[in-house]
Design a protein around this ligand. Structure first.
Ligand SMILES: Cc1cc2nc3c(=O)[nH]c(=O)nc-3n(C[C@H](O)[C@H](O)[C@H](O)COP(=O)(O)O)c2cc1C
Length: 354
């Protein structure tokens, strides 16, 4: 099927990763410009807000995908960020050379070889096989603006980062808002998953009966009751077990201004695409960054603040964070034991003003 460049770039942008597969973007286009903005109507109150770091990371991921696709087609595009005037949301604009706007491309042909369409999350166990050093130095070279990465690969570092994730995850399972966002995202049946957004339960490794248990505890009423018996400790232990066993963790670090976070999103996707293209599986963990951000904006429950204060101090020391830097994402990486089910995407008519 033939596509214009606009259509092709939107298909590439749509493929970006997002927290709980919320796909917080809405695409539109006028003449030679594609605009990407937060879909307030679809998402307000159900996931991260428009200017929160998780959303800006995703916007950076969309940008990276579109830039890689444009480069692949051989078209030089420009981009800039803007404040949406009335509410101050970040808006991304991509500009395409006027003489290319009406060119048609064989999308199937153009993109069939592009690894951005094969990037995916793998939450299943990884093999203990080490990743050859011949791959990792390359990864260390990746930079984008103020964004950088740090590899954690010694047993001491892995243990330290797993302990931080466990502390953050314990708080996460005692946080009603985050819990209810997850409950809203989980898709328990084939029919629910077919809609194209949210987290398909089949992408999460669970023991027999695990899906039923998840359904039950997704009701905050039950989770909070079980928490009185210490359920959050069990959930956090299960959540971070894969980190404890990971051969390597990659930390994504950058500034906290909007442009800095977009840079981190770009770098995150670039590294992720690269690793997947080399047969290395990737599993993001946002829980530490999320709790640190919640601490900054006063959203950690009062009785748990001291726990996240410690996570902040220990992560700064472990990652050699400079004063202006913060941790934006952790990736567990390794050789996969299985090919996971791929998350779907919403149809274009749901995310695009045609
Ligand atoms: C900002 C952000 C935070 C994420 N946090 C997590 C996380 O904590 N745990 C997890 O398993 N996946 C996490 N993911 C991965 C998304 O769930 C995943 O990208 C989405 O479901 C789409 O699936 P795909 O990556 O296979 O395309 C995160 C992704 C982004 C961009």
């Amino acid at each position: 099927m033939k596509q214009t460049i606009i259509h092709s770039l939107i298909l590439a942008g749509r493929q970006a990763p997002s927290a709980d597969n919320s796909q917080p973007w809405r695409f539109s286009h006028v003449d030679n410009r594609i605009t990407v903005e937060y879909d307030t109507e679809r998402l307000a109150g159900l996931t991260f807000g428009a200017n929160e770091p998780a959303t800006l990371l995703s916007l950076g991921c969309v940008l990276e995908n579109m830039l890689q696709a444009a480069d692949f087609i051989g078209v030089e595009v420009g981009w800039y960020l803007e404040d949406e005037l009335s509410i101050g949301n970040a808006v991304l604009h991509l500009t395409i050379p006027l003489d290319c706007v009406h060119n048609e491309y064989e999308t199937e042909l153009t993109f069939s070889g592009h690894p951005l369409f094969d990037r995916h999350t793998n939450r299943f166990p990884y093999r203990s096989t080490l990743i050859p050093v011949s791959i990792m130095p390359d990864i260390n070279q990746f930079r984008e603006g103020t964004a950088r990465i740090k590899l954690l690969d010694t047993p001491k570092e892995i243990k330290a980062v797993a302990a931080l994730a466990r502390q953050a995850s314990e708080v996460r399972f005692q946080t009603q808002e985050v819990h209810e966002w997850l409950a809203h995202s989980l898709r328990f049946t084939r029919q629910e998953a077919a809609k194209g957004d949210g987290l398909d339960i089949a992408t999460i490794p669970l023991p027999p009966g695990g899906a039923l248990f998840m359904r039950y505890i997704m009701d905050w009423k039950w989770m909070s009751r079980l928490n009185r018996l210490g359920a959050y400790k069990l959930m956090a232990a299960l959540d971070v077990k894969p980190i404890e066993q990971a051969p390597i963790i990659i930390a994504f670090i950058g500034g906290s201004a909007r442009e800095d976070i977009i840079n981190v999103g770009q770098l995150l996707t670039r590294v992720w695409i690269d690793l997947n293209s080399k047969g290395i599986a990737v599993h993001p963990y946002y829980v530490v960054s999320d709790q640190l951000q919640r601490l900054l904006v006063g959203k950690v429950p009062a009785q748990l603040v001291s726990q996240i204060d410690k996570v902040a101090a220990q992560s700064a020391a472990l990652l050699d964070l400079q004063e202006h830097e913060c941790l934006h994402m952790l990736l567990r990486i390794g050789y996969p034991t299985r090919d996971p089910i791929r998350s779907k995407r919403l149809p274009l008519e749901a995310i695009c003003n045609m």
